[in-house]
Design a protein around this ligand. Structure first.
Ligand SMILES: [Zn+2]
Length: 96
């Protein structure tokens, strides 16, 4: 995996995609306009995730339910914690 770099502005600020989500995701621009729009959209998605019903084929105690449907059951929280711990262990292993 590549290391995550802090994003700075891309271009000279006159490009039409500044201030759009595409500016942040596609053009990898980190100017305040692009970052602001992206952060707002992410917050909206996170808020909407809690309102979506969990489909029957998805285990409500799974990481998938936590991540994509905002499930906050003890099982889902545990699955998320386990996934985070595993991810941290992988990161530690790959940097040493
Ligand atoms: Zn920008």
């Amino acid at each position: 995996m590549s290391e995550r770099k802090a994003r700075g502005p891309v271009g000279d600020g006159t490009e039409p995609w500044h201030g759009t989500e595409g500016g942040y995701t596609n053009h990898r621009c980190g100017c305040p306009r692009c970052r602001g729009v992206y952060n707002e959209a992410q917050a909206e998605r996170a808020a909407a995730a809690g309102d979506r019903p969990i489909p029957e084929h998805v285990d409500p105690d799974s990481y998938h339910a936590y991540r994509y449907y905002g499930s906050k059951t003890p099982g889902a929280l545990a699955a998320n914690a386990a996934r985070r711990a595993a991810q941290k262990a992988r990161q530690r292993a790959s940097t040493t």
